[in-house]
Every structure is written in structure tokens, then in C-alpha cells.
Design a binder for this molecule. Structure first.
Ligand SMILES: *Cc1c(COP(=O)(O)O)cnc(C)c1O
Length: 459
């Protein structure tokens, strides 16, 4: 045990030192990885330290430097040193975070970190918090609470009686809703074709006037978005909340990364009115730079949250002096005590550190956009209001979609940085997300040069 941990520490240190200069995306082929990692299950035990060394050797060529400073794919975040170390301890302690009796420390850490998060994100202090695997499960959990509460108000007990014969539940989403919300609804028995899509504007923001028109009668859930996965744009939450409140609907906010804007004085205007929603979903593994997996769900009405998740079917909130039972707030029963890493991340950054991280990423996204925009062969498609930049080749002649795809392939092959592609409003684009604590100006400049080089080659 001690020996395998010591070997893991050596390997981890070496990796952390290398990820800032090595290729961001690995060179191993699928076939090579299968060969290196494959083979039959050994019959006899192997020494743990030996297993760890062999694993690192075989897996190494297939590891993507997602925690490195020039990984801009998806919205991935990084891994803060304190959070990684806390995550290791989480594995060593191996606490099932389901009941207080299984781990008093895991329960109290969730309670404390939960309070800090509500404060930091400007959410109602009485809201309940769940530590889930990611924003997808956070959306699922929040929407389960919404389904419970909206049907309860209509006189229906969905936990006991299911959906057959239940009053119709109307669900409205913005036209640029993240697929995760639709996936979460599907798990809750609400098919994607049942969902009403509300028109969005040029940046992908839900239009409140269109929402107002689309609102109907009966139990209704509205899913808004803080942080469009392409543009970073925010739905106008204040206007949307005014509508949902007037109509007695439940407002859920998918804010996987955008919800963090509330923790920055410079960005807070984007989430104005967010505290008037009923539930919120976000990630710690994206912008807070906690290791995967770590998502967070908040519900303004703890009774609804608990009713939807609790396996004890006790619909009463316990007294404040009773300990927190972690499993009352998540779909899982036994699970990893992921509150420790969130706690360590928040404590190591402090309020100011979180704000600096957010502001720095946004400043670097603007720097990226400025560098790229200065090149005549490139255009930036979105208003860079947050950490997301949409880049498109603008060839003097010919097909801009094809040129964009070809340029992206060259950038990915050069491996100085990594970013993914997207289709946005009928156009191919390269999508940059700056969400890593360790990214510097220099990283952005080197990466922008790689993109410019690639684009000039294909145009
Ligand atoms: C990433 C993301 C999700 C899904 O989150 P996971 O962490 O992958 O579970 C949902 N909504 C938005 C807007 C996202 O960016």
C-alpha cells in the first residue's frame, strides 16, 4: 500500500511537470493503447507498486493533458493542487458519503462547503445542496425536485404514483438548451418532443418575449441557461424569473460553468436575478478546477429536493441540529465523498482566488479573440462576454466551413493546444474555452499562433 502510493506520487509529479510542455493531445493510436493495456486477466496477483508502474506506462501515451494550460476543449477546467491532494485523501479515506454514521467528516464538509457555495454564488442561504457527479446529474436532480413540486401542487404524488395518469407537465427550454437538460428530462419520463423550445437571440439567449407567449397553464417548468456552451452568453434571468414567478412556474437554471459568474464583481451582472430561480445546476469540475467528477445542485425548496431524492420517504425536514445525510440530496446512495475536494478548492482559493480565476480566464479569452481577430483570415463569431470564443476561418475565396474544419484538424495535429469543433447557427467553428487555473498569457499567445498558422495554411 505505502509503496504503491509512493510510486503513484512519483509518477504524478513527473506528469505534472511534463504537462506544461509536452504535446497536449497524445500520439498513441487506439490500436497501440489496446495492445499496451490489453491481454487476458492475469491469473495470479501482481505486486501493487508493479501494477501502478505498468499502468502508468501503458496508459501514459493515451493521456490527454486536459489539466494542462493549453487545453481549451469543451469546457474542461483544470485541477487545483489542493483539490487534487484532497481527492487523493478522499480515495485513501474511502468514505461512503451516504449517511452521517458512515462518515461524520464527509457530512460536515458537505454542509460547510455547501454554505460557502451558496454565499459565493449569491443563492438563497436556505437552499439545499447536493454533491453529484456532474452538471448532468445536477440537472437531473433539480428537475426531479421540480417535477415533484409542480405535480404535488397539482395534487399528484409522482414518487408514489408515477407519471401514468399524472397531470400534464409543461417543460419549456431555450432553443439553445444544453443536451444535458434534455437528457435529464428524458430520465424523468419527459420526452424530448414534449419539451417546448423557446426562441433564442443571435447569441443563443432565450428571448423573454417568446417565453411569455409560450407559457401555458398547468404545472410548468422553465429551464434557463447561464453560460451557453458555444458563446458563453446568459439567458436574461431577471426577466425570465419575473415571468415564471407571475405564472407560478418552476425556474431551473443550468449554469454548468456560467453560474460561477456570480462570484465575480466584474461578471455578476450576467446572472442578475439568478437568486429568484427555484433550482440551479453547476459543475465544480469545470470552472472551479476540482478533479472529475464533481457537480453541484441547489434547490431553493429543500423539502422538494429531499422528497425527490430521499429513499426514506420522510417528507419532513429535520431540525437544523440533526446531521446532514448526504444521500438525501443526490440520486446515488453510496458514493465518493467528493465534498472534500470542493472544500479544499474553495479554501485554497478563498473568495478572492475564485474571483481572480474567473476574471483571469475571461481576460485570457478576450486576449485570444483579439489576437485571432487581428488576422484577416479569421473571424470571431460570438460576443466574448465570458470564457468562450468561437473561431471561424474566413478564406479569401472558397468554403469557410471546409477551411475551418481543415484548420482545426491542423491545430489538433500540431498539439501545441487542443480545442474542439462545433456547428453554430449553421456554421462550422472552432470552440475555445479558457477555464484552467494555470493558463497564462504566453499559453494563449502560443496557441493563437498555432491557430493562425493553421488557418493561413488552409485558406
Ligand atoms: C458541461 C455542461 C453540462 C453537463 O455537465 P457534466 O459535467 O458533463 O455532467 C450541462 N450544461 C452545460 C451548459 C454544460 O456546459
Amino acid at each position: 500500500m505505502t509503496d504503491s502510493l509512493a510510486r503513484a506520487l512519483d509518477i504524478a509529479r513527473e506528469y505534472a511537470a511534463r504537462r506544461t510542455h509536452g504535446p497536449v493531445w497524445p500520439t498513441a493510436t487506439l490500436q497501440a493503447l489496446r495492445a499496451a493495456l490489453g491481454g487476458p486477466l492475469p491469473h495470479d496477483p501482481i505486486d501493487p507498486a508493479e501494477v501502478i508502474v505498468a499502468l502508468a506506462q501503458a496508459a501514459g501515451p493515451g493521456i490527454v493533458a486536459t489539466t494542462g494550460p493549453r487545453y481549451f476543449g469543451f469546457v474542461t477546467g483544470g485541477a487545483l493542487p489542493a483539490a487534487v491532494a484532497a481527492d487523493w485523501l478522499t480515495a485513501v479515506w474511502d468514505q461512503p458519503a451516504s449517511l452521517y454514521v458512515l462518515s461524520p467528516a464527509a457530512s460536515v464538509v458537505e454542509e460547510v462547503a455547501g454554505g460557502w457555495l451558496l454565499d459565493l454564488l449569491g443563492l438563497p442561504q436556505a437552499a439545499s445542496v447536493g454533491f453529484v457527479t456532474g452538471c448532468h446529474m445536477a440537472n437531473f436532480t433539480a428537475l426531479a425536485a421540480a417535477r415533484h413540486e409542480m405535480l404535488r401542487r397539482a395534487g399528484w404524488d409522482v414518487e408514489d404514483d408515477g407519471l401514468t395518469g399524472a397531470p400534464a407537465l409543461r417543460v419549456l427550454v431555450g432553443n439553445e438548451v444544453h443536451v444535458s437538460v434534455l437528457g435529464a428530462l428524458r430520465l424523468l419520463g419527459i420526452g424530448s418532443r414534449e419539451v417546448v423550445r423557446v426562441a433564442a437571440d443571435s447569441q443563443g439567449r432565450m428571448r423573454p418575449d417568446a417565453l411569455d407567449v409560450a407559457m401555458g397553464d398547468g404545472p410548468t417548468i422553465v429551464c434557463a441557461q447561464a453560460g451557453n456552451v458555444n458563446t458563453g452568453a446568459f439567458d436574461p434571468l431577471d426577466d425570465i424569473a419575473a415571468i415564471t414567478r407571475r405564472r407560478g412556474a418552476w425556474l431551473h437554471v443550468d449554469g454548468a460553468f456560467g453560474l460561477w459568474a456570480s462570484a465575480s464583481a466584474a461578471l455578476r451582472h450576467h446572472t442578475r436575478g439568478v437568486d429568484r430561480a427555484d433550482s440551479w445546476a453547476t459543475d465544480a469540475h469545470k470552472w472551479l478546477n476540482v478533479p472529475y467528477d464533481s457537480g453541484l445542485v441547489f434547490v431553493a425548496n429543500p423539502a422538494a429536493h429531499r422528497a425527490a431524492m430521499s429513499l426514506s420517504a420522510e417528507y419532513l425536514i429535520r431540525t437544523p441540529n440533526e446531521p446532514r445525510e448526504p444521500m438525501d440530496w443526490t440520486p446515488e446512495a453510496s458514493r465518493r465523498a467528493r465534498g472534500f475536494a470542493v472544500y479544499a478548492a474553495l479554501r485554497s482559493l478563498g473568495r478572492r482566488g475564485v474571483e481572480d480565476l474567473l476574471d483571469r480566464c475571461c481576460r485570457l479569452a478576450r486576449r485570444f479573440a483579439d489576437r485571432l481577430r487581428a488576422d484577416s483570415g479569421i473571424e470571431i463569431l460570438n460576443d466574448v462576454v465570458l470564457n468562450q470564443v468561437l473561431v471561424r476561418a474566413k478564406p479569401a475565396s472558397g468554403d469557410a466551413d471546409a477551411a475551418t474544419r481543415a484548420a482545426l484538424a491542423r491545430v489538433q495535429a500540431e498539439r501545441i493546444c487542443w480545442l474542439g469543433g462545433t456547428r453554430w447557427h449553421g456554421m462550422d467553428a472552432m470552440r475555445i474555452s479558457v477555464s484552467n487555473w494555470s493558463t497564462t498569457d504566453e499559453d494563449v499567445d502560443r496557441s493563437a499562433e498555432s491557430i493562425i498558422r493553421a488557418t493561413s495554411f488552409v485558406s
